[in-house]
Design a protein around this ligand. Structure first.
Ligand SMILES: NC(=O)c1ccc[n+]([C@@H]2O[C@H](COP(=O)([O-])OP(=O)(O)OC[C@H]3O[C@@H](n4cnc5c(N)ncnc54)[C@H](OP(=O)(O)O)[C@@H]3O)[C@@H](O)[C@H]2O)c1
Length: 273
């Protein structure tokens, strides 16, 4: 059984390989990378490196030779039209190379979001279904990292977390939890033709976020909203479904998701606030 992870030098890819290495021998893992110089830590562990550049179709079919399971980590390109072309290249090359099972990191709850099936993720999912290969769609929830632009350190300094008014609720998750579940799927069996919604089993609100900040900072932080708050993040958050929940992530991980307090700690600079 040979398992390849594309985008292996990215933040999610590295975590998936780390988790997968605990479950299968390194000789069964192949890291698909576009910059091999960034991937020496894999080589040192006995993990094979292969050149996989979504922009260079000539690298793909050769890279996928002999691969049984291929995890396509969605491209980080900022233009969705380009991402779709890149994903389709990977899917076509996987089919041509005889990959048995393709897995794709999509985005959670597309049917309820504004973009739905017309999004790059919806179209990539369809392109995978059209190949009639075995597939698993891993619809990743919103990364918790978005809290990094909410001014949490300033909120601790001032004692007030100010956000845009609205009925905000978040099913956000950590990459580590996503990687743990993804590695279980890659190493396990019985996940063919399944679509998982890898979001949190319960949501949290900005008021709850302020309570957690209070606990972490050891001083009161209250939540307030102000219609004059301006940040692109709110436009993005209102374009996706951050409210729906799922047990898929916890079930695949076999353990609870990382609590909010622990999840946001890396985004705080408690010594300097
Ligand atoms: N669920 C969410 O909230 C959320 C948020 C942001 C992004 N995402 C999606 O999740 C994906 C993984 O997240 P991440 O945090 O691991 O992102 P990341 O750290 O930016 O990693 C992206 C990976 O994609 C690789 N890549 C980009 N263009 C490529 C190309 N043309 N050919 C081959 N590989 C290419 C990068 O290679 P290099 O290492 O060589 O740069 C990198 O390894 C992102 O790419 C994005 O599609 C999801």
């Amino acid at each position: 059984m040979t398992i390849m992870i594309t985008g292996a030098t990215g933040q999610l890819g590295k975590l998936v390989i780390e988790q997968l290495s605990e479950q299968v021998p390194a000789a069964q893992i192949i890291a698909g990378v576009r910059h091999p110089d960034k991937a020496m830590q894999f080589k040192e562990k006995g993990i094979e490196l292969r050149l996989v550049d979504y922009d260079r179709p000539e690298t793909l079919q050769e890279a996928f030779a002999g691969v049984n399971k291929l995890l396509l980590i969605s491209s980080s390109h900022t233009d969705d039209d380009v991402r779709l072309v890149q994903h389709k290249r990977v899917i076509d090359a996987a089919k041509a190379a005889g990959v048995a099972h393709i897995l794709y990191t999509s985005f959670a709850f597309p049917q309820a979001g504004h973009k739905g099936t017309s999004s790059v993720h919806g179209q990539t999912e369809q392109a995978i279904l059209d190949t009639r290969m075995d597939y698993t769609i891993l619809r990743n929830g919103l990364y918790i990292d978005f809290v990094g632009v909410l001014g949490l350190n300033e909120a601790i300094r001032s004692g007030v977390l100010t956000t845009l008014p609205g009925d905000w609720q978040f099913n956000a998750v950590t990459r580590s939890d996503l990687a743990r579940a993804t590695a279980k799927v890659l190493a396990g069996s019985g996940h063919e033709h399944r679509t998982y919604e890898l979001a949190a089993p319960q949501t949290w609100t900005f008021t709850e976020l302020a309570e957690v900040l209070t606990e972490l900072a050891g001083k009161p932080v209250v939540h307030t909203s102000d219609a004059s708050v301006q940040h692109w993040i709110y436009h993005f958050l209102s374009s996706i479904d951050t409210k729906s929940t799922s047990n898929d992530l916890e079930q695949l991980m076999g353990q609870p998701v990382t609590p909010l307090k622990e999840s946001i700690a890396p985004f705080l600079n408690l010594e300097n606030v």
